[in-house]
Design a protein around this ligand. Structure first.
Ligand code: ADP
Ligand code: MG
Length: 313
């Protein structure tokens, strides 16, 4: 188990992280979300032992993670870290980059393992290509495969799919996260992309202004987002008195209701339309099955089971 205990850290006097406290169990998938600059990458670097801690401690099982002051070489065998920069060896092939860290394996086993990992990141067609000829997204795949090569016990992923195009992202996410689960490898994923989290994370931490403002399962945070920042991670939402946070997909357009609005704009979303409408001189956002014309008047309602007691003001 990873234990992050009361860690406070700053590069200068300004604190980038304050009193950070959480655990990650073996095989667990933890997502760290937060706006750009909220300290996600810094937190991963601290867990990896890249900086010395003045306040707080980090443990993997019984071993304390120590910074460069105590370790000549940063990093531990049981932990791998895929950074936002993913530094690979440009002049050797994909296969060689991945196999490079498998020198202790027998050649046959090394080959088998390398092939298995190339399959996980779907780079079969590029196994013998030199990394310098790859696109950013392909390099990112190599970096993930290389980190998995030695089967770490815990993997740190910093915005792991940010360079991969949308056509391939979802399949790759499933491959990588299912692989980690099957090998019982814990992982911490820093991201601002909800698709990296929903369906995969067991727990989710929300960082804001140097602090953890929420930690729960994605399902619970979705159901009870407490703050607009948390709701915004899950999708379009409204803050409506006296209801509090109401997602666009929780509001229904109906034939008859006391609640009335006028269409401003309809945005095509793929599976639905997002209707922006004027309600009491403010914008309200509603998911709807089809487009509504500008200036069209309509009635809407909240779900029947919408109970005020679940909502936060
Ligand atoms: P995130 O990954 O959530 O975008 P970071 O952890 O990269 O956030 O950055 C958090 C804060 O720390 C930002 O204000 C950033 O400018 C600052 N920061 C990050 N790295 C350094 C560094 N090496 N030296 C000084 N300040 C840094
Ligand atoms: Mg970052």
């Amino acid at each position: 188990m990873l234990q992050v205990k009361n860690v406070t850290f700053g590069y200068s006097k300004t604190k980038v992280l304050k009193a950070i406290d959480f655990n990650v169990k073996a095989g667990e998938n933890l997502a760290i979300i937060g706006e750009s600059g909220s300290g996600k990458s810094t937190l991963l670097k601290l867990i990896y032992g890249e900086h010395d801690l003045k306040q707080g401690q980090i443990f993997w099982k019984d071993e304390e993670i120590l910074g460069p002051k105590y370790n000549l070489v940063v990093g531990y065998d049981f932990m791998k870290y895929v950074t936002q920069e993913f530094d690979l060896m440009p002049v050797i092939t994909v296969e060689e980059n991945i196999g490079k860290h498998l020198s202790r394996f027998y050649p046959e086993e090394k080959q088998k393992r390398t092939e298995e990992l190339i399959k996980v990141v779907e780079l079969e067609d590029f196994a013998n290509t030199k990394v310098k000829f790859l696109s950013g997204g392909q390099k990112q795949r190599v970096a993930i495969a290389r980190a998995l090569a030695k089967e770490p016990e815990i993997l740190l992923l910093d915005e792991p799919f940010s360079h991969i195009d949308n056509f391939q992202k979802q399949g790759l996410r499933r491959n990588v996260f299912n692989y980690l689960k099957s090998k019982n490898i814990a992982c911490i994923v820093a991201t601002h992309d909800r698709n990296d989290v929903l369906g995969f994370a067991d727990q989710m931490i929300v960082l804001n202004e140097a602090e953890i403002i929420a930690k729960d399962t994605p399902q619970n945070l979705y159901k009870n987002p407490k703050r607009p920042l948390i709701a915004s991670f899950f999708g379009e939402f409204n803050v409506i008195e006296p209801y509090g946070i109401v997602y666009a997909n929780q509001i229904k357009i109906v034939d008859d209701s006391d609640l009335k609005a006028v269409v401003k704009t309809s945005y095509f979303n793929g599976s639905s339309w997002l209707i922006e409408a004027d309600y009491k001189s403010e914008s309200i956002f509603i998911d709807h099955d089809f487009e509504l014309k500008k200036m069209q008047k309509f009635n809407f309602q909240f779900p029947h089971n919408f109970s005020l007691k679940f909502l936060v003001f």
